[in-house]
Design a protein around this ligand. Structure first.
Ligand SMILES: C[S@@+](CC[C@H](N)C(=O)[O-])C[C@H]1O[C@@H](n2cnc3c(N)ncnc32)[C@H](O)[C@@H]1O
Length: 386
């Protein structure tokens, strides 16, 4: 049994896991974690999970003293097969009511237990109840001499787990910020979100994943890194050039197993793609960038423009794909003072020939990727051709 610590928008992380592993395999522990009953988890492809841990035990209590007493007894066993060298130790607590200073005090007690096993040890101090991904990564807590124990509340019980993987924030930053061709106007799709979109489209191995609004090619990049074939098109010739240059850069920097099929200039509302895609995964046209809420007339115009492009695109690709074709689109949702306004096209999906897929463990309304202060969010919509 594994447990994932979810990202900033936990429901999106849960939907991603449900798409890959199925609803029955999951037991969400809102708002921070999700248990997964699976033999293997391919953690590197998950954009919506921060940590992956192996469950060690479940205790029938939330009492801090009882929890630390248990860990104290089990700790020598956890570290006994570690190679020589100074042990690096950390504690992360989720949901159990305890302050960082009390966690630090308990960590020092546990340090003594490790020392009494004749091992040198360094404890990573808690500024908050849990260690950040950066702290876990930079202190080597998932290395062969590292150990981060997760203490996670699950109702009246407490799960003790050991972190095996943590999101590689350095690798994400590298492929986000060091790409040669970037365009702030087109928007910066975070690689993590691109991974989530691809996982929600859930391609089979060797699938061709199409991004018909490919912009600077983040989705193509992430599809290739996951080992899929990637095809991209964009209305703007400049974007086609940017995508090609970025993929060329990726090719020089990283080994990946996916193959680039094509990047071409094309209008997604009427183009006929040469090879039929198996899946589409795309951050579509989000309308012109807006930093704050415009007047209602301007917003109406933007929403109508987006509606026209999306309706035409969905009609066009429906003609070229068959029953069961699946895609995940990140479409605009506008955060007004009255709440989110949705793309009108979403009201006519049935008529356009699609079913919108629902999740058991996440609701549609929670699948809007949004940062504080942003006016345009991205609503994640998973569609299947009927
Ligand atoms: C939000 S960006 C996509 C960004 C992209 N996901 C990336 O990783 O950089 C939207 C893109 O849609 C393109 N676009 C707008 N209308 C289009 C159309 N009718 N057909 C194809 N592309 C279009 C724009 O040129 C822009 O590059």
């Amino acid at each position: 049994m594994y447990i994932n610590i979810l990202g900033r928008q936990p429901e999106i992380g849960i939907a991603e896991l449900e798409s890959l592993y199925g609803a029955e395999a999951l037991t969400p522990l809102p708002p921070y974690a999700c248990l997964i009953n699976s033999e293997q988890i391919d953690f590197d492809r998950l954009g919506g999970s921060q940590k992956l841990a192996k469950v060690l035990t479940t205790l029938p209590t939330n009492d801090w003293h009882s929890i630390t007493r248990y860990i104290s007894g089990a700790l020598p066993g956890y570290i006994q097969n570690m190679p020589e060298g100074k042990v690096k130790f950390g504690l992360s607590v989720y949901g159990v009511n305890i302050s960082p200073s009390k966690i630090n005090a308990s960590a020092l007690q546990l340090k003594k237990v490790i020392k009494s096993s004749k091992r040198g040890v360094r404890v990573v101090p808690n500024k908050e109840t849990h260690l950040s991904t950066a702290q876990v990564l930079h202190n080597g807590l998932t290395s062969s001499v590292g150990i981060e124990l997760l203490i996670i509340k699950s109702g009246k019980r407490t799960i003790i787990a050991r972190t095996t993987h943590v999101q590689d924030i350095n690798a994400y930053a590298h492929r986000d910020q060091n790409r040669p061709m970037r365009d702030t106007k087109v928007g910066m799709l975070p690689p993590k979100l691109a991974q989530i979109i691809i996982n929600l489209a859930n391609p089979e191995p060797n699938s061709i994943v199409l991004d018909p609004f490919c912009g600077t090619g983040v989705m193509l990049q992430e599809s290739l890194l996951m080992g899929f074939s990637a095809a991209g098109s964009d209305l703007d010739e400049r974007m086609v050039e940017y995508s090609a240059k970025n993929i060329q850069w990726l090719n020089q920097k990283v080994n990946f197993t996916g193959t680039l099929s094509i990047i071409e200039q094309a209008d997604a509302t009427n183009h006929i793609w040469q090879s039929t895609p198996d899946r589409a995964a795309s951050e579509t046209y989000l309308g012109r960038p807006l930093s704050s809420e415009p007047d209602s007339q301007t917003l109406s115009k933007i929403m109508n423009d987006c509606d026209t492009i999306h309706t035409k695109f969905l009609k066009n690709i429906a003609k070229q794909t068959s029953l069961g074709f699946r895609m995940c689109l990140a479409v605009p949702a506008w955060k007004t003072r009255q709440g989110f306004k949705h793309l009108k096209t979403l009201d006519s999906l049935e008529k356009l020939g699609y079913n919108r897929l629902k999740f058991v463990h996440a609701e549609d309304k929670d699948l809007i990727y949004h940062r504080k202060g942003q006016f345009v969010g991205r609503e994640l919509v998973i569609l299947e051709r009927k």
